[in-house]
Each structure stands twice: as structure tokens, then as C-alpha cells.
Design a protein around this ligand. Sequence first.
Ligand code: FES
Length: 140
Amino acid sequence: MQYSDKVMDHFANPRNVGEIEDAQGVGVVGNAKCGDIMKMYLQIDDNDVISDCKFKTFGCGAAIATSSMATELIKGRTVKEALALTNSAVVEALDGLPPVKIHCSVLAEEAVKAAIADYYKKIGREVDFPLESADERYEH
Ligand code: FES
């Protein structure tokens, strides 16, 4: 299995690892088959901009690399822009992943969406986007 330099870099030196106390949005997703779990924390300002985000991933190297890259891609973006982030965009930003590891990137997309859904619920906004679980979208 061949990993790109970017994947190895984000795996070895993940960005934005940790927790945000009193985060406006927190999302937890998991893949039942491999048992990997990803937790995403979002700090969102009054203009709906993600001013900070952190993650904790208990999972494989590809899951760590994709969650790290996902936080880099959504930081400073609006919630709407973050919602448009697909797992393919994360994979592309990492210069690709082996096909058997694509499902790990789905976890990153779902963690961002779950955290935004949590934020929407807290502020009384309707969750108007689908929340799928990574299990349903990709088989191991
Ligand atoms: Fe499960 Fe990577 S093997 S997320």
C-alpha cells in the first residue's frame, strides 16, 4: 500500500489535534466495522465562520490524516462552505488514498457534518442536510 507524502505528514504531525472546551458544535462518528471513532469540535463565531476546530481520532492512520486535513480545509470557512466539503475533496488535498482507505475519509466528512448538525440544533436552526453514517456508505 502506497501513501502520499502528504498523508504521511498529516499522520505523523496531525494539525489541530485536541478538544475545544465549550465548542459550539461537537460531532462524533464511528465506523462499526473497524471500530474507529472520530470526534470533531467546532468554534463558530457570530458570522457563522468556523474560527477554530480541533479533532480527536481513535483510528487508523488514514483516518487521522483525513481528519487533520479536514480541519485545515474548514478553518476560517463559513459553516455553509464546510458543509460542502466532500470526502473526495479531502482525499484530493492529501494527493490521494489507496482505494481500501477511502472509507476512512468518509468518516472525516461525516464528523464535520455531525458537528455542524450539533451546532444547528443548539441554535435552533433546522438540520437541512442528510446525516449518513460512514457504515452505510462504505463497506470495509
Ligand atoms: Fe476504519 Fe480507517 S480503517 S477509519
